[in-house]
Write a protein that binds this ligand. Structure first.
Ligand code: IPM
Ligand code: MG
Length: 362
């Protein structure tokens, strides 16, 4: 029997509530498919700071590095908001991305037909939306040097972050994006700010060069401000989007509302040997601890984990089909609630999906 080891890092806030539901579903898959999945939990984020003083304790990093995949919840929360940058929960996630070389972040945003009316946008605008944001994840403003705050003798100060990209960093994420586009509808929009930033001019030059190896993919360049507008005005014009770290952070949150709710969106961070899978929604401090969070993004992240890291595509499809079935039957968490549907909490939604997955195997 094949054995796979999965590092499980629930983190903070609703991460603690949605990850157990994703595990419930993975346990059904393991049992029904006869695969040995071994789960081991690690501390990360604010909880890890409280317990060890570090947002990413060494033990957690070692666990991640020796696992076949990482299932991640979310990190952060108001309790740690005033901590210095290197003692913030987010550092734990950023260090994992950097040290595991997870340079490409895949964030699919698909409009689920039964959730169209949960989107704040008009049906005529969002219907048919199915796009993938490929965000560069280990470069740009997030990691560029120099960075810091310089305090002057006269009491004034100067803050610096550096947007820096090498041609190699651009090329490798561009290749991931072209490969992704090739398996989709063969259209790639590269997003930059080349009318102002020289780093974007290099980005455009390198992406255009890589395009020569992908004559079957139609490439267009679009400025980030224009892209932000087009995403909510004409989202169906997009197939695959590739962009640098900060632009991708912003645009992928924007794309999330196209799916009806942040609570629906999974993500995969790939590049190095061990990939990381996490829901896009974050810790949601406003609802944490109340049992109402939507576990679907975490469950769909588990499906991506099976497909991309464990080569279990057909099992991933069963999870995705089970999610659709439960939605079709009218069950909704609060974030996607509509008239005439049945409101359920986090645990109930997880159980409904787990049961549906089991049924798909029999
Ligand atoms: C995300 C988050 C992170 C980011 C934070 C938590 C550091 O917003 O994954 O999009 O900015 O990358
Ligand atoms: Mg973000």
């Amino acid at each position: 029997m094949t054995r796979h080891k999965v590092a499980v890092l629930p983190g903070d806030g609703i991460g603690q509530e949605v990850i157990p539901e994703a595990l419930k579903v993975l346990e059904v898959v393991a049992r029904e498919s006869g695969t040995a999945l071994e789960f081991e939990e690690g501390l990360v984020g604010g909880g890890a700071i409280d317990a060890t003083g570090e947002p990413l304790p060494d033990a957690t990093f070692r666990l991640c590095a020796m696992s076949d995949a990482i299932l991640f919840g979310a990190v952060g929360g108001p309790r740690w908001d005033d901590a210095p940058t290197d003692r913030r929960p987010e550092r734990g996630l950023l260090r994992l991305r950097k040290e595991l070389d997870l340079y490409a972040n895949l964030r699919p945003a698909k409009c689920f037909p039964m959730l169209i009316d949960a989107s704040p946008l008009k049906r005529s605008v969002v219907e048919g939306t199915d796009l993938m944001v490929v965000r560069e994840l280990t470069g740009g403003l997030y990691f560029g040097e120099p960075h810091g705050i310089e305090r002057m003798a006269d009491g004034s100060a100067r803050g610096v972050n550096t947007m820096i990209y090498t041609s190699r960093e651009i090329e490798r994420v561009a290749r991931v994006a072209f490969d992704v586009a090739r398996k989709r509808r063969r259209r790639l929009a590269s997003v930059d700010k080349a009318n102002v930033l020289v780093v974007s001019q290099l980005w455009r030059e390198v992406v255009t060069g890589v395009a020569r190896d992908y004559p079957d993919v139609k490439l267009e360049h679009i400025l980030v401000d224009n892209c932000a507008m087009a995403l909510v005005a004409r989202p169906t014009q997009f197939d695959t989007i590739v962009t640098e770290n900060t632009f991708g952070d912003i645009l992928s949150d924007e794309a999330a509302i196209l799916a009806g709710s942040m609570g629906m969106l999974p993500s995969a961070s790939i590049g190095g040997k061990t990939a990381l899978y996490e829901p896009v929604h974050g810790t949601a401090p406003d609802i944490a601890g109340t049992g109402v969070a939507n576990p679907i993004a975490a469950i769909l992240s588990a499906a991506m984990l099976l497909r991309h890291s464990l080569d279990m595509g057909p099992d991933a499809e069963k999870i995705e089909a089970a999610v659709l079935r439960v939605l079709e039957k009218g069950y909704r968490t609060a974030d996607i609630r509509q008239e005439g549907t049945t409101l359920v909490g986090t645990v109930q939604m997880g159980e409904l999906i787990a049961r549906e997955v089991a049924a798909l195997y029999s």
